[in-house]
Design a protein around this ligand. Structure first.
Ligand code: FMN
Length: 379
């Protein structure tokens, strides 16, 4: 029988479905709820040492609806990292692990460009009992103004240095979360993996402007009449996330074998998850999906993924991880392969028109049959 169990970087997960950092992991109540519903792991909302610098606004979300106006397909947020005190978080990490000792709890952390701050946040979170770290180098709004988040993730040299500090202090697995707001995601990914991170997560939100209200002429979400570009997530970003996951998986396969990849961006079904795994993900995360459908969606995610595996005869996630990766190539190669196939088809058609025994000669087609057997030479 097919199984969803997996071990990644030594972390034992009952299934590959992880709560992505954000509102669904924003305090101990919801973290415990996620474990109770059966999520394979939880990545808590990103924390920093000094939450007093984090001031959120409202409204801070904007939704893009599909044509029928009923389905949310895109979601923009201008939410910052957690505005809750670090000391409270440490107590809640302990409480979550005491209540759910088998629940895999990953702390998402972010700090300014300061070695002592990164070492302190790593040390104190791991003393509180978390099982792993995700380094948030990817929030596209608010934090870059303090040279944090995406501002760090867009600079491979700084990213490599910071990952090096973290790897010097961490005794548990570390994943670096990548921003999609770069031209070549392989460059910051390689920097994080060169520094020794166990794995990477991709993608965070895509820098966006949700729209302009045609009555007020103000961009959305409007706060006191103004807005700021935010981060785009949900179903609409899945094709972009899949492309980046594919590029990272190719890099890992070539230069960093054995490192892990946690894929996310628009995952809502077991079939979505199967596609991320086929393109090289070890685990998959869901953030906006939980905000749309609730914690109980994990049951359907597991059932959907198991149904795919059973339909294809896969028993474990390893049986199909990365299986679709070899089927990417350059456009020039697509052209070459298509011309070759067309030439082969034409030759096959020509061969089919040739008589194979004298009994096939026919009065009506005699000239055509003679021509098919002939090769022309110039005189
Ligand atoms: C409201 C909201 C808040 C988020 N906050 C964080 C955060 O604190 N840290 C982080 O690493 N990612 C954060 N994210 C990004 C998500 O973890 C995820 O990378 C992104 O939304 C794409 O996945 P999804 O389509 O499943 O949401 C947030 C996303 C949303 C929608």
């Amino acid at each position: 029988m097919a199984s969803l169990e997996t071990t990644v970087d030594g972390l034992k997960l009952a299934n590959p479905f992880i709560i992505g950092s954000g509102p669904p992991g924003t305090n101990v109540k919801v973290i415990k709820r996620a474990f109770k519903e059966g999520w394979g792991a939880v990545i808590a909302k990103t924390v920093s040492l000094d939450a007093s610098k984090v001031v959120n606004v409202g409204p801070r979300y904007a939704k893009l609806m599909a044509g029928d106006g009923k389905e949310v397909i895109g979601w923009e947020n201008i939410e910052l990292i957690s505005d809750r005190k670090f000391e409270i978080w440490l107590d809640e990490f302990k409480e979550a692990k005491d209540a759910c000792p088998d629940g895999v709890l990953i702390a998402s952390i972010m700090e300014e460009y300061n070695k002592d701050a990164w070492c302190e946040i790593v040390g104190r979170c791991q003393d509180a009992g978390v099982d792993g770290f995700e380094l948030n180098f990817s929030c596209p709004h608010g934090l870059p103004e303090r040279k944090m988040g995406a501002a760090m993730g867009q600079d491979p040299a700084i990213l490599e240095e910071v990952c090096g500090w973290v790897m010097g202090a961490a005794k548990i697995p570390v994943w670096a979360k990548m921003t999609p707001n770069v031209t070549h995601i392989e460059e910051p990914t390689a920097a994080a993996l060169r520094a020794g991170c166990h794995g990477v997560s991709a993608i965070n939100t895509i820098r966006s402007v949700m729209g302009v209200n045609l009555d007020t002429l103000r961009p959305e979400p409007t706060v006191e009449g103004y807005t700021t570009p935010g981060g785009y997530s949900s179903k609409a970003v899945k094709p972009i996330a899949l492309r980046m996951v594919m590029e990272i998986a190719q890099l890992i396969k070539k230069d960093f074998p054995g490192r892990s990849l946690s894929g996310l961006g628009g995952i809502e079904t077991g079939a979505d998850a199967a596609q991320f795994i086929l393109l090289g993900s070890d685990t998959v995360q869901v953030c906006t999906g939980v905000m749309k459908f609730g914690y109980g969606m994990v049951t359907e995610l597991c059932e959907g993924l198991l149904a795919f595996m059973e339909g294809k005869g896969f028993e474990t996630l390893a049986d199909f991880k990365g299986l679709s990766l070899p089927y990417f190539t350059t456009h020039a190669e697509l052209v070459r392969m298509q011309l070759a196939r067309k030439a082969e088809e034409a030759a096959a058609k020509e061969r089919a028109g040739m008589v194979k025994s004298d009994a096939e000669w026919d009065g009506d087609d005699f000239v055509k049959q003679s021509d098919a057997l002939a090769r022309k030479a110039s005189s």
